[in-house]
Ligand binder design. Structure first.
Ligand code: ADP
Length: 398
């Protein structure tokens, strides 16, 4: 069965076409600048040359049509007809409390997703555009939705409730939902597989640190706590997001600087984090370079980022009364040996013994970076959120 995975943003649409007989990727790509005058389609067919096309793509339906044309093109295509695509899986950020699992798209599911626009105004509406665009182009193909929040629906009430008036939960469902659920789910299962141990027996802390970042306590295969909150702003310091801060800072700064709600939201989501402290970049590579050159602001940005991550690891070990495995994943987690080293050399109290030569190895494979004597196994596992979407879709449509 061939499955198309779609991840739609407001002006972009990423896709991957899977052949589920061996879970191989036949092609992947991206449409950028949707709605702008020169949109770009970048199409990467496996084993063939990359193809790019600049044209005017005003909305998502045209974007999906362009993707289907590229997939079936005589030269850079990988299938002979659109009818070979038997299902489409969509990534949706927010599933609220309704979607505890991935689901088939039905008229009811669509109205539930629309009802959740309020909780994720930046993320869910573009996903819906992707769903509509796929339905318009492939009206008879089953479609599914896979949510970033579903994996965290197993959190106990004490972890997901905020200590604010209960009426806000009752009226508006203000609570912790978390994010990156497909990634935390995937790498915790991969960790158990790699170690050859039953997932049910393990206490795992998964650190998904990319441009956005979140950390999850996974006990017996279930998310019991996670650092992102009602929105992706809470928790770790990120590329451009502040992560945790005293909530009283918000009204204080709004008052002093005469900021609107939108302005303060934008400040905390887009102009904070590594970018704000380093003053140069939200990209961990550039911040690390700055630190290595002895630049004071980059050094502080790196140290704050590392310190906050390490404190979360400590608190999740406490939340589970222990930890067997720590997993690093996503752009920073998979690639920054220096960040992993700096975090782990201050966690020796947990019995962690880093093997520096293993930590320095670069590979796209799951690997261990601790010594045989280490009491906690620390692993680097490349994440694959698209594969989770393809697998869930395969299961749902069968
Ligand atoms: P997203 O959250 O957008 O999916 P990714 O998981 O792709 O992000 O991570 C992107 C981030 O990974 C970049 O911002 C960059 O800072 C970081 N990154 C990639 N390679 C390295 C590296 N070698 N060292 C440090 N950071 C890296």
């Amino acid at each position: 069965m061939k499955i198309l995975v779609i991840n739609a943003g407001s002006s972009s649409l990423k896709y991957q076409l899977y052949d589920m007989t061996d879970e191989s990727v036949l092609a992947k790509g991206l449409v950028e600048r949707i709605g702008m005058d020169s949109s770009i389609l970048t199409h990467k067919p496996t084993g063939k040359e990359e193809y790019t096309e600049v044209s005017e793509i005003l909305e998502h339906t045209t974007a999906v049509r362009k993707v289907l044309n590229a997939l079936t093109d005589a030269e850079h295509g990988v299938i002979s007809s659109v009818s070979e695509i038997e299902a489409v899986g969509h990534r949706v950020v927010h599933g609220g409390e309704i979607f505890k699992q991935s689901a088939l798209i039905t008229p009811e599911a669509k109205s539930e997703i629309r009802r959740l626009f309020d909780l994720a105004p930046l993320h869910n509406p573009p996903s819906m555009m992707g769903i509509r665009a796929a339905e318009a182009n492939m009206p008879n193909v089953p479609q599914t939705v896979i949510f970033d929040t579903s994996f965290h629906q197993t959190m106990p009430e004490k972890a997901y409730m905020y200590a604010i008036p209960r009426v806000l939960y009752n009226k508006y469902k203000v609570r912790r939902y978390g994010a990156h659920g497909t990634s935390h789910d995937f790498v915790s299962k991969e960790a158990a597989k790699f170690l050859g141990r039953p997932l049910e027996d393990l206490k795992i802390i998964t650190c998904h640190i990319g441009n956005g970042g979140s950390i999850t306590a996974v006990q017996g295969g279930l998310s019991v706590d996670t650092s992102m909150g009602m929105t992706p702003l809470e928790g770790l310091m990120m590329g451009t997001r502040s992560g945790d801060l005293d909530p009283a800072i918000v009204p204080y700064v709004m008052n002093k600087e005469e900021l609107t709600v939108n302005e303060v939201n934008s400040m905390l989501n887009k102009h904070s984090g590594l970018l704000a402290i380093s003053g140069i970049s939200s990209d961990m590579r550039e911040v690390t370079e700055g630190m290595e050159k002895g630049e004071a602001n980059s050094t502080l940005a790196f140290e704050m980022y590392e310190y906050r991550l390490r404190k979360y690891i400590g608190s999740y070990a406490a939340a589970m009364n222990g930890v067997d495995v720590i997993v690093f994943t996503a752009g920073v987690g998979e690639n920054s040996a220096v960040l992993r080293k700096r975090v782990l050399e201050q966690l020796t109290f947990l019995g962690i013994e880093l093997d520096e030569s293993l930590n320095a190895i670069r590979s796209g494979e799951p690997r261990r970076i601790t010594t045989a004597n280490s009491k906690v196994e620390v692993l680097v596992i490349p994440t694959n959120e698209e594969l989770v979407i393809a697998r869930d879709t395969f299961r749902l449509v069968q």
